[in-house]
Write a protein that binds this ligand. Structure first.
Ligand code: ADP
Ligand code: MG
Length: 231
């Protein structure tokens, strides 16, 4: 029991540390953004004019990621609305397509129709994108990430399956997924899966990992379907 306590304390500490680091990074990021914006308005440099919106977009994205991590240890602030799950997935795929092609990975997306769920769009995108990103990052050289949706009418839910043919995970590795700061990547944060699990749980969903070393990983995310009439 004492050991369990210490473990939970450590988890808590990790969460708080993540929050304060995120907070510290945000301020200089805002300063950089301000300067870039200011310079872009004044400059005659064509290259800079062309690329500054990209720089600003990336800074905004970085800030967003930080916001989401920060919110992990500050629960709440979920804004529930009726979402078209297939549209959200489509957006996630399109947002990650450049990253995938840069990594020699093809992304396929197939849906079996339109499914509506109740959730927070930004959080859900964050959750799904974390999983797709992990799939892409698990692939050395060329590979494929496949995203499928399927309706399970009997239990009134939708299952989103994200499959990759990357390096896969052993049983031990699978057990560590979602622990804060658990990463096997040199540039990993080890926070992605933790955030994803939390978000899916918050939406009353479930997440399941199936994996085999050398063969790839399959992630099943099930979410309750919304009753459209309650719109
Ligand atoms: P990060 O991506 O920053 O490492 P995550 O929490 O997203 O943090 O993932 C934790 C670890 O779980 C990864 O470093 C990786 O070892 C493993 N992992 C997650 N998804 C996959 C996957 N699809 N294939 C293989 N390993 C994975
Ligand atoms: Mg990750």
């Amino acid at each position: 029991q004492i050991e369990e306590m210490m473990y939970l304390d450590k988890l808590n500490m990790a969460g708080q540390m993540a929050a304060s680091i995120a907070h510290e990074i945000r301020n200089p990021l805002a300063t950089v953004r301000g300067f870039i914006q200011h310079l872009a308005e004044d400059t005659n440099d064509k290259q800079f004019k062309k690329y500054s919106p990209l720089i600003l977009d990336e800074l905004d994205r970085t800030n967003k990621i930080i916001t989401d991590y920060l919110n992990v240890s500050r629960p709440g602030k979920f804004e529930l609305s009726l979402l078209n799950a297939d549209k959200v997935l489509h957006d996630c795929v399109e947002l990650l397509r450049p990253f995938a092609s840069y990594s020699n990975v093809s992304i396929f997306y197939s849906t079996s129709g339109q499914h509506f769920i109740k959730g927070d769009e930004q959080y859900l995108k964050q959750a799904i994108m974390n999983v797709i990103k992990n799939g892409i990052e698990a692939i050395d050289g060329q590979g494929e990430v496949m995203i499928e949706t399927k309706e399970i009418p009997a239990s009134n839910k939708i299952v989103v399956t994200i499959t990759d043919d990357g390096k896969g995970m052993s049983h031990e590795e699978l057990n560590k997924i979602g622990l804060p700061f658990y990463t096997t990547k040199t540039k990993g944060t080890g926070l992605g899966s933790m955030v994803t699990n939390k978000i899916i749980r918050e939406m009353h969903g479930m997440i399941e990992y199936e994996s085999e070393p050398g063969r790839g990983t399959k992630v099943n995310i099930s979410l309750p379907l919304a009753n459209q009439k309650s719109k």
